[in-house]
Design a protein around this ligand. Structure first.
Ligand code: DP6
Length: 329
């Protein structure tokens, strides 16, 4: 009863920021992302009668505070498979955890796929995204290859709130997401509690919901027709609308640090000069710069010359989650 899965992080082009059901993790709106090749998490799960308790080891450290209720997710999978054995879970991530690079998305996607396989559950990809969503919303998109859309759904049991690939990894191989690492510090406000605060307190939340469907349509069509200007500009504006919600939340949520703003200003200036690039930012200070392959090198050189940028990682559209035969223990 052992299985291993590998999943990539994803970066949202249309953001998810707010739930309509916190227990089932049902979102207020749909979202779209790119699955990022090279930002991956590998997780091995074993259920065995020999284990006296559940153990979770992430990047060589035993989990102390289960903020995202990983053990609750494992318990759900045990319930679905009607098994009672305890689990050993070992996970390795090849990029900074909890600093706004979606490590929980790749983590929950790999965990769910590995645990479901280890427990003997046979799930379709759609069912796997529904199950993954119940661990962490954005993780449902990391199951899918290339560009993924997570449908908001309408039913109260969440069965129609699933993710699917809207374009495979080879549909638009020239699309680049350059992750700029400006800080490796753990963020102070989790996405989970931050978005709940926003829904409860931001006076602009209704305004966000009114425009997000249009962003989804523009970006979905833009991906399908490979219209980089439409995708980049709409994704940038969607990100700024989400951060405007954060800034109007009580108590206020500010994920940006000076280096975040420094990159924003440079991206805007480079674009004015004719170098086409756009930015997006999630629940952390890192900035992700979108560009086309032909401008990747020039942009990476420019970004690395900025004082606040410690490291850049350029990603192309990547694979969806997959099982692997090489276990971590
Ligand atoms: C800003 O998926 O981490 O990255 O469902 O509570 O686990 P939970 O939240 P999570 O939120 C991600 C928020 C975001 C935007 C996005 O990825 O769409």
């Amino acid at each position: 009863m052992k299985a291993t899965a590998v999943a990539n992080a994803n970066i949202a082009l249309v953001k998810y920021w707010g739930k309509r059901d916190a227990r089932l993790i049902l979102p207020q709106n749909g979202s779209i992302s790119m699955t990022c090749d090279g930002l991956s998490t590998k997780t091995t799960v074993e259920f065995s009668g020999e284990y006296r308790k559940d153990t979770v080891i992430i990047n060589d450290e035993e989990l102390q505070r289960d903020e995202k209720d990983i053990l609750g997710h494992i318990e759900k999978i045990r319930g679905l498979a009607a098994i009672s054995h305890h689990a050993k879970i070992v996970s390795e991530t090849n990029f900074p955890v909890a600093a706004g690079l979606a490590s929980s998305a790749s983590g929950f996607a790999a965990l769910t796929m590995a645990a479901a396989a280890a427990a003997g559950l046979e799930l379709s990809q759609k069912e796997l995204t529904v199950l993954t969503r119940q661990g962490s919303g954005s993780a449902s998109r990391s199951i899918c290859e290339g560009f993924a859309e997570w449908h908001k759904g309408n039913s109260s049991d969440g069965s129609d709130s699933y993710a699917e690939s809207i374009a495979g990894r080879d549909h638009w191989p020239g699309f680049r997401m350059i992750a700029c690492i400006v800080s490796e510090a753990k963020k102070k406000v989790s996405s989970r509690s931050g978005m709940a605060q926003t829904v409860a307190t931001s006076p602009y939340y209704d305004g966000w919901l009114k425009t997000v469907e249009q962003d989804i349509g523009t970006i979905r069509n833009g991906i399908k027709s490979k219209n980089f200007s439409a995708v980049g500009l709409t994704a940038e504006q969607n990100c700024l609308k989400m951060h405007a919600l954060m800034l109007t939340t009580k108590p206020v949520i500010v994920y940006w640090i000076p280096a975040t703003v420094e990159i924003i200003q440079h991206v805007l200036a480079w674009r004015e000069e004719g170098l086409e690039c756009y930015f997006t930012i999630d629940g952390g200070p890192q900035v992700k710069v979108m560009c086309l392959q032909e401008n990747e090198k020039e942009l990476q050189d420019k970004l690395l010359r900025l004082e606040g940028v410690k490291k850049t990682i350029a990603c192309r559209p990547g694979d969806g989650a997959a099982l692997s035969n090489s276990h971590l223990f």
